[in-house]
Design a protein around this ligand. Structure first.
Ligand code: DOR
Length: 430
């Protein structure tokens, strides 16, 4: 089957392209990108007025399967992903059972093959049961298909163990993804420590809880010669530490979420539990520093931290609610606002969703060149739509953008040159 996506603005930072062109897909791959491409018997998609980009890559998704399918499963999360333009997603290990054993990694990959329209890459736990004590068998997990290691929300507090995790990760050639929160400093903090936590009368989670851990793990990665990836950076201090470390050649990469780029702790003033996440929303200064870090290349990727939780779990007191919000279906439209406000160029934005995350994991996706996998999006950057989580693909509803009008929408998603999503027809595969 051949498809010609015709006359769109092809934004492909991985190959330095931003121009009106056609993209030809065949046999699962991109076969040509250029102006006025001819091809007989191709299905033609008119993309004039639209953006054409590589499929997005999310480095940080919680799919909740196995074990927590009442929040999400691989089928529902996989559908939400392609609807939001994420044709490749890396899923976190905090399932039940935890993905700390090759049998769980195998299970996720088998289910994904059957149920998910896009590509699912399992991130394995760094320690057994996410307990921060005994390392997982990294080599066996990599053989099973793990692309990185992370204890995510359960930060490894024992620096000696973290050192060993980093040393072994280097031997197996995969990054360690760090949720940088010093648990002794966060305590039971549920919002950013500062004027907002004072006004709310809620326990604060200080910025230094993040920066202390980022500083530690940069030093440990440097010592081990390992690759550390800092998840969901939320503080100005962390951005500075990462920038300095990169300048001296430490292998540190980083991601930032759509919510930390667009919302501040002021959003929590209404006690809405859909503004509670870990790390918490921070100050306007932190937000600006994260945006600058993304624009200057200190931060490699925008990652959603899609964290589904059921309605009954979120409709409780702020202090009791689990942290986390949905991100796959709204992520692109939310960050597109940063282009309209002048914070990012279209090319910087698309890089943070494609070539940036692909480079973090060394993936063959994220660019549109002959021979590359046919993972392609057609995006209408002007389309207005109102987000209603109850009509979305996720099983959960926990979003601060529920009911809001958003601008910019993925119109079609192709995975391996197959149409898997169309905005008006829904998810079409598997
Ligand atoms: O907000 C969050 N939710 N942060 C995490 O680190 C974990 C995640 C979850 O699993 O719900």
């Amino acid at each position: 089957m051949r498809v010609r996506i015709q006359g769109g603005r092809v934004i492909d930072p991985g190959s330095g392209r931003d121009e009106v062109a056609d993209v030809l897909l065949e046999d699962g791959r991109v076969v040509a990108v250029g102006r006025g491409l001819e091809s007989s018997e191709a299905e033609v998609i008119d993309a004039s007025g639209s953006w054409v980009t590589p499929g997005f890559i999310d480095l940080h998704t919680h799919l909740r399967e196995p074990g927590l399918e009442y929040k999400e499963d691989i089928a529902s999360g996989g559908r939400a992903a392609v609807a939001g333009g994420f044709t490749t997603i890396a899923c976190m290990a905090n399932t039940d059972p935890v993905n700390d054993d090759p049998s769980v990694t195998d299970y996720i990959l088998d289910q994904a093959k059957q149920d998910a329209p896009g590509k699912v890459l399992p991130i394995a736990a760094a320690t057994k049961g996410l307990e921060g004590k005994v390392m997982t068998e990294m080599s066996a997990l990599v053989d099973a298909g793990a692309v990185a290691f992370s204890d995510d929300g359960r930060t490894i507090m024992d620096s000696g163990i973290q050192r060993r995790v980093l040393e072994y990760s280097r031997l197996v050639g995969k990054p360690v993804i760090v949720h940088a929160e010093d648990r002794t400093l966060c305590g039971d903090g549920v919002v950013n420590e500062g004027p907002v936590s004072t006004r709310l009368g809620l326990p604060g989670n200080p910025a230094v809880a993040e920066t202390v851990l980022v500083a530690r793990d940069i030093q440990l990665a440097e010592l081990a010669g390992a690759h550390v990836h800092i998840a969901h950076v939320s503080t100005a201090g962390a951005v500075d530490l990462i920038r300095d470390a990169r300048a001296r050649g430490v292998h540190v990469t980083a991601e930032v979420t759509p919510h930390h780029l667009t919302l501040t702790d002021e959003a929590t003033l209404g006690f809405d539990t859909n503004t509670k996440m870990a790390p918490p929303l921070r100050s306007a200064r932190d937000l600006q520093a994260c945006l600058e870090g993304l624009a200057d290349g200190t931060i490699d990727a925008i990652a959603t931290d899609h964290a589904p939780h059921a309605v009954h779990e979120k409709e409780v007191e702020f202090t009791e609610a689990p942290p986390g919000i949905l991100g796959l279906e709204t992520g692109f439209a939310v960050v597109l606002e940063l282009v309209r406000s002048g914070g990012l160029t279209p090319s910087q934005l698309v890089a943070a969703l494609t070539s940036g995350p692909a480079a973090v994991l060394g993936l063959p996706v994220g660019r549109l060149e002959p021979g590359a996998p046919g993972d392609v999006l057609v995006i209408d950057p002007e389309r207005r739509w109102t987000y209603d989580p109850s009509k979305g693909f996720s099983k959960s509803r926990n979003s601060p953008w529920a009911g809001q009008e958003l601008v910019g929408r993925v119109e079609t998603s192709f995975v391996d040159a197959r149409l898997v999503y169309h905005a008006d027809r829904g998810v079409l595969m598997p």
